[in-house]
Design a protein. Structure first.
Length: 320
């Protein structure tokens, strides 16, 4: 083979390789453009508690990816986050959290995300929070984080979360977010009307609440209940009652003629059952879903189902 012919073959081979490379590059561009046209990576919203997670998902719909840190049936006062979840907080476009001290082991991670430039929204502080002393609860003067037991405050929170998503999360359709929020607001309004009608069945002298810990202050304020007390003092499940606390509560129950205690379904009922011995028997312990949603099919796998289940249990417990 002559030197000229060899050179020509090399040039042909090089041209073919270049053509193949150009074809591959063009295909990559087309695929990349298709991914972008299909939406690509969605914006990310991270929510701390599963109750707020459900509410936020109703508002956001398909406009963004919503990650919820708290697992079903967990205690918001004691649950923590993994290193992976902590990193998710700092990569989020928006962090939605309850605040007012509820997520005791997570708030420092939320603060770290805020310091790194992530937008954060403390819902509890934005819905006219009560203090524990305002409804006769223990821990007077401390902010009560359990605002979700009042559906009207959840309606307020719904509009505020929608505002935050539209303001801070790039790429979402604001019109769709507003439509979702309005639709959910109507469901919440229906819930409040139904709860009012249900609680109207309870005689005035029986509208008295004793709970495992102070969690229903907002419900009491909204629907006209008296909070007699709680087995665990204050607003956190991490506290423990003293013998003096239990004695004070049993005296209050005797004075009010109350023999029904409502205990959170995610907490042991042992402390509530102690009251049965203190009061000489006849105490009923009724479980409620107060601080955490259940897994799907567990009876309270959404905020609306949780509130309806609790309303039914409370009404039956106080009228039976």
């Amino acid at each position: 083979m002559s030197a000229g012919r060899a050179k020509r073959r090399v040039r042909v081979a090089v041209a073919r390789v270049r053509g193949l490379l150009m074809t591959l590059v063009a295909m990559a561009v087309v695929i990349g453009a298709g991914a972008c046209a299909g939406g690509g990576e969605q914006p990310r919203i991270v929510v701390t508690t599963n109750i707020l997670g459900d509410i936020t998902r109703q508002i956001v719909g398909a406009e963004a990816e919503v990650t919820v840190l708290m697992k079903p049936n967990a205690d918001p006062h004691s649950f923590g986050v993994s290193a992976v979840q902590a990193a998710e907080l700092e990569r989020a476009d928006l962090v939605v959290f309850n605040g007012l001290g509820l997520e005791e082991n997570v708030l420092r991670h939320v603060a770290a995300a805020r310091e790194s430039g992530v937008a954060t929204f403390e819902v509890g502080r934005s819905v006219d929070p009560l203090t524990f002393g305002a409804t006769g609860d223990g821990g007077a003067g401390e902010p009560d984080p359990h605002f979700w037991t009042d559906p009207d405050r959840v309606r307020t929170a719904t509009g505020l979360i929608a505002d935050q998503v539209i303001e801070h999360v790039d790429g979402v359709d604001g019109t769709a977010i507003r439509a979702n929020a309005d639709r959910y607001d109507r469901s919440l309004a229906d819930l409040a009307t139904w709860m009012t009608a249900s609680f109207d069945r309870i005689p005035e002298d029986r509208r008295a609440l004793v709970t495992n810990h102070h969690v229903f202050g907002y419900l009491a304020d909204r629907f006209g209940f008296r909070v007699i007390g709680a087995v665990v003092p204050g607003g956190t499940t991490l506290a423990s009652p003293s013998s003096a606390d239990l004695r004070s509560l049993t005296l209050a129950m005797e004075e009010a003629g109350v023999r029904t205690v409502f205990a959170d379904s995610s907490q042991p009922t042992r402390l509530a059952e102690v009251l049965d011995g203190e009061l000489g028997g006849g105490v009923r312990v009724i479980e409620l879903y107060s601080e955490s949603l259940t897994a799907e099919g567990g009876g309270a796998d959404s905020y609306l189902r949780m509130m309806r289940a609790n309303t039914t249990a409370m009404t039956d417990g106080l009228t039976g």
